[in-house]
Design a protein around this ligand. Structure first.
Ligand code: AMP
Ligand code: MG
Length: 407
């Protein structure tokens, strides 16, 4: 058997080969979910822009409440969005969550700790009895406590999550500058493949990888050029490659990279460009084709669905993030207890589909076969098990949550 290369070595080669896309675009913050910032987002203002109340209640001077049960006349009423008059010592300001603290007040008492006293004549704002001790500063959200003016709130290279979009909006960024989406041409090979919705011919299976890989690409901010299923014929495969290369930054395929005689992908890529076939020490997975067709990179994934998934997550995902200039390329991992035995480890590094049980430890999907896509839906993540490493229940293992990988 030919020499296997490690996952890390293969990834380092892939990352060294591709360089980030240089085109950027300004997009509305509304539409920027999942995109990678090309330029820092910094704040031209303090957030919050002014001291404001975190509670509905009464703003006052703490020193005016010498004893429990102090009664103060209510001088004004300040709802959120309204700036009140300067606070008069010896009075209370009726105030509502988010409203600016009037100049001169130094604390807020929540309304649950007060008794409102109406004016007998029904006029004005009445008075309020304070039924609690008051500390200066209580319930005041300080100007700039979230973001200070001039601060970089999101750095170039950050991927924009929903909270990140919220933060960008909170500093007033109506648009953000991001790297353009990588264009990825996707096709599947294999005459056994049919589309869901069709009646299955004898010997055929449905093309699950088209949906799997398309979804993964979309989740990573790519523009997918979906070229469907390409016949297991050399001429058809070459034509698909030429068409893909004319439109895409990366051509991604699945199937046809083992060395079976029905596998035309390899000679087709060799004829249209150049190709290396790598044997990688990864399970599920192993064969991975990497090359170039015209100006487009080519990556050929193995056909078995879980192999496609795992090789994509470990090797293609970082490449797509790097193309977009993302700084974080590797998923976070956590150390968790195994509640299972794994007695016959492979000589390749293995990614096992596992779930976190009620005890906070890991259990394995019973069938770890590379064609068993059920395992990938069932699991919470992947146990990253070093080559040749047996696992006994109680051991601590590396676990990569699926939600670190799928976006
Ligand atoms: P191959 O890599 O082409 O030798 O395929 C390996 C295995 O994966 C075979 O059992 C194929 O039928 C299966 N396979 C290949 N492509 C797909 C696909 N797009 N969807 C589901 N299974 C596939
Ligand atoms: Mg095939």
């Amino acid at each position: 058997m030919s020499e296997l290369q490690s996952v890390d070595a293969a990834l380092a080669r892939l990352l060294a080969a591709v360089s980030p896309l240089t085109d950027t675009e300004a997009v509305s913050t509304f539409d920027a979910l999942g995109r990678v910032l090309a330029v820092d987002v910094s704040s031209a203002l303090d957030v919050p822009p002014a001291d404001n109340t975190g509670m509905d209640g009464y703003a006052l001077c703490a020193a005016d409440v010498a004893a429990l049960g102090t009664v103060l006349p209510v001088a004004q009423r300040v709802p959120a969005g309204v700036v009140g008059a300067a606070h008069l010592p010896g009075t209370a300001t009726r105030i509502f969550t988010g409203a600016q603290i009037p100049v001169g007040a130094d604390a807020v008492v929540m309304q649950e700790e007060c008794t409102a006293i109406a004016n007998p004549a029904g006029e004005g704002f009445g008075a309020v009895q304070i039924n609690t001790a008051v500390q200066p500063g209580q319930w005041i959200r300080r100007r700039g406590e979230d973001v200070q003016r001039g601060a970089v709130v999101l750095a170039a290279g950050a991927r924009l999550s929903a909270p990140a979009l919220g933060l960008a909006a909170s500093v007033g960024a109506g648009s953000v500058t991001v790297t353009r989406r990588p264009k990825v041409a996707l096709f599947s090979t294999g005459d056994e493949l049919q589309m869901p919705g069709e009646v299955l011919r004898p010997g055929a299976i449905y093309n699950s990888n088209r949906f799997l890989l398309r979804g993964l690409l979309q989740g990573l901010g790519c523009e997918v050029i979906d070229l469907g299923i390409v016949e297991d014929k050399l001429a058809a495969t070459r034509a698909a490659l030429r068409s893909a290369a004319g439109q895409a930054d990366l051509i991604l395929t699945c199937g046809g990279v083992s060395v079976g005689e029905e596998d035309h992908l390899r000679p087709a890529v060799e004829a249209e460009g150049r190709l290396d076939l790598w044997q990688i020490a990864i399970k599920p997975g192993k064969p991975l084709a990497f090359g170039k067709v015209q100006d487009a990179w080519f990556i050929g994934l193995p056909g078995n669905p879980v192999s496609s998934l795992v090789t994509f997550l470990m090797l293609v995902r970082p490449v797509l993030l790097r193309l977009q200039g993302a700084t974080a390329l590797t998923p976070r991992r956590f150390r968790l207890r195994a509640d299972f035995d794994w007695k016959k480890p492979d000589r390749r590094r293995e990614f096992l589909r596992a779930r976190i049980n009620a005890a906070g430890a890991l259990e394995l999907f019973p069938n770890q076969g590379s064609g068993v896509l059920t395992s990938a839906v069932w699991c919470d993540g992947l146990v990253d098990n070093p080559a040749g490493q047996a696992i006994a229940a109680g051991d601590t293992v590396d676990f990569i949550p699926m939600n670190e990988l799928l976006t």
